[in-house]
Design a protein around this ligand. Structure first.
Ligand code: GDP
Ligand code: GDP
Length: 484
């Protein structure tokens, strides 16, 4: 699960500078979540293979009276949700009483905390850090956020436990993959296969054999529960929908407070398929539907998305598509999760309003045309049952096993239908394709100059794969490799 790093400190010490440096070094899309909660900023970052969430907790104005109160209000929740806290101080301004107040609080929190002295560029770092040892938070780490100096090693230390765990998992995976590779040595030979030598019957026979093998693989997923996360901004109707899906008796059983950062995991069954509902809203007893904003947690939502197979993203028909909805959507796609969209509170709307919403959906969500869209009323139950067909379809798509021969054939068909363009006077040539993984499906395309393919042709290929393989509700990742 993605660890959470919280940046804490009085205003002006450089928190947002560090936040930006961490979140912008990421090559993929950066998801920020403006306005989901007051004053705080959330972003994704990455070190090596490890992705993590950064929270800028906003400034704590330590010069005010009642610092503890402020801490409690604004940063406590963020600290509570974090795996590690980076407590930032200003190496140029020196130690202040606000720093002492915050340090006193952090010492009581029993949360892994690193004391970071920022702005050590152009000054003597050793003397700048020395006075901060008296804060009693152990080792002091000097950095210069604007220049990035010391930042990488700081994060390596901050996330050392998680990095070690990842390395261990990686080692296990490599070992397992090597064992697999040996066992699959015969199948590997398939990669060198030239299909142009085969006639249509032979190809059909080959595909049938491969499909059989795939079926066996697929069985492995068919028996697993689908982890379904219900996410959306505060007040879109997540709890109402969860209650509706589970029925009232169940709700009482699962009416437990839970911690701020953790969702409730609820096993359930529908049409003989097992599900685990990841409930980010916190199911509540009837008549206690209040405090909707307070129970909402961005961290909880992001973690639920990471942990899910399929994400059910709820938007509010009465509010339209907001920046926050798009942020959440960006995060889902970035995490490679399957997605089903539900527009809730569809009940009681005039036709004009409905048309207007549909136009807005087209305009703002047209780019994820592979996701199924449902219009529902969680309150009255209309449309809720159908959601599960799409959820199941998305899961099946995400875990679909496809083999080299099939992918290569589909790719050749795409190439025949529509030749790749010339690049520097030479035609791009696609040679073969193979699966690189699933959940989300990854396809690796090999050929000459394929990296130079224009975006439009890459999109054409992705859509061709999507249609031919009938993959709905999940992103497809296609990578392009030069040469053999
Ligand atoms: P925040 O209020 O804690 O988020 O602080 P900011 O990130 O907005 O930074 C406050 C000021 O300190 C800005 O003018 C930054 O350019 C400056 N600053 C941040 N990091 C450094 C640094 O490493 N060195 C220097 N010299 N200035 C910095
Ligand atoms: P959450 O914060 O996402 O869990 O949202 P809630 O489930 O608490 O719902 C927020 C408010 O929207 C409540 O007053 C619900 O009664 C109302 N609501 C939820 N779903 C619907 C719906 O389908 N139609 C209408 N009209 N109201 C709804």
């Amino acid at each position: 699960m993605m660890p959470v790093v919280a940046l804490v400190g009085r205003p002006n010490v450089g928190k947002s500078t560090l936040f930006n440096r961490l979140t912008r070094t990421r090559d993929a899309l950066v998801a920020n979540f403006p306005g989901l909660t007051r004053d705080r900023q959330y972003g994704q970052a990455k070190i090596g293979e490890l992705e993590f969430i950064v929270v800028d907790t906003g400034g704590i104005d330590g010069t005010e009276e009642g610092i503890e109160l402020k801490m409690a209000e604004q940063s406590l929740a963020a600290i509570d949700e974090a795996d590690v806290v980076l407590f930032m101080v200003d190496g140029r301004a020196g130690l202040s009483s606000a720093d002492e107040g915050i340090a006193a609080h952090l010492r009581r929190c029993h949360k892994r905390t690193l004391l970071v002295v920022n702005k050590t560029d152009g000054i003597d770092a050793d003397s700048a850090v020395s006075e901060f040892y008296q804060l009693g938070l152990g080792e002091v780490y000097p950095i210069a956020a604007t220049h990035g100096r010391g930042v990488l090693s700081l994060i390596e230390i901050a996330l050392a436990p998680q990095l070690e765990q990842l390395a261990a998992e990686h080692e296990q995976m490599v070992a397992a993959a090597e064992a697999d590779a040996e066992a699959d040595a015969d199948e590997e030979a398939d990669d060198e296969f030239d299909f142009s030598d085969l006639d249509e019957d032979q190809i059909q026979d080959l595909l049938a054999v491969m499909d059989e093998a795939n079926e066996e693989d697929a069985q492995q997923f068919a028996d697993l529960p689908i982890k379904l996360a219900i996410v959306g901004r505060p007040n879109v109707g997540k709890s109402t929908l969860t209650n509706r899906i589970l029925g009232e008796e169940r709700v009482v059983v699962y009416d437990q407070p839970g911690t701020t950062r953790d969702s409730v995991y609820i096993p359930m069954q529908r049409d003989e398929q097992d599900y685990i509902l990841i409930d980010t809203a916190g199911v509540r007893r009837r008549g206690r539907v209040n405090e909707t904003v307070e129970k909402f947690s961005v961290i909880k939502t992001l973690k639920a998305i990471e942990d899910a197979n399929v994400v059910l993203l709820i938007v509010d028909a009465r509010e339209g598509i907001s920046e926050q909805d798009l942020s959440l959507l960006g995060f889902v796609l970035n995490a490679g999760r399957s997605i089903v969209l539900a527009v809730n509170k569809w009940d009681g709307l005039e036709n004009d309003a409905r048309e207007e919403i549909k136009r807005e959906l087209d305009r703002r969500l047209g780019f994820i045309d592979f996701a199924r869209l449902h219009f529902i009323s969680a309150l009255h139950g209309s449309g809720v049952g159908n959601l599960f067909d799409s959820v199941k379809e998305a899961y099946t798509s995400a875990t679909k096993r496809v083999n080299t021969s099939m992918l290569t054939r589909i790719m050749m068909m795409a190439q025949d239908d529509h030749q790749p363009p010339l690049v520097s006077g030479r035609r791009v040539k696609l040679k073969y394709a193979h699966a690189g993984g699933y959940n989300p499906p990854r396809i690796i395309v090999h050929g000459n100059q394929v990296k130079a393919l224009p975006e439009s042709y890459k999109r054409y290929l992705i859509n061709y794969f999507r249609r031919s393989l009938q993959i709905m509700g999940t992103p497809i990742r296609v990578e392009f490799n030069e040469g053999e």
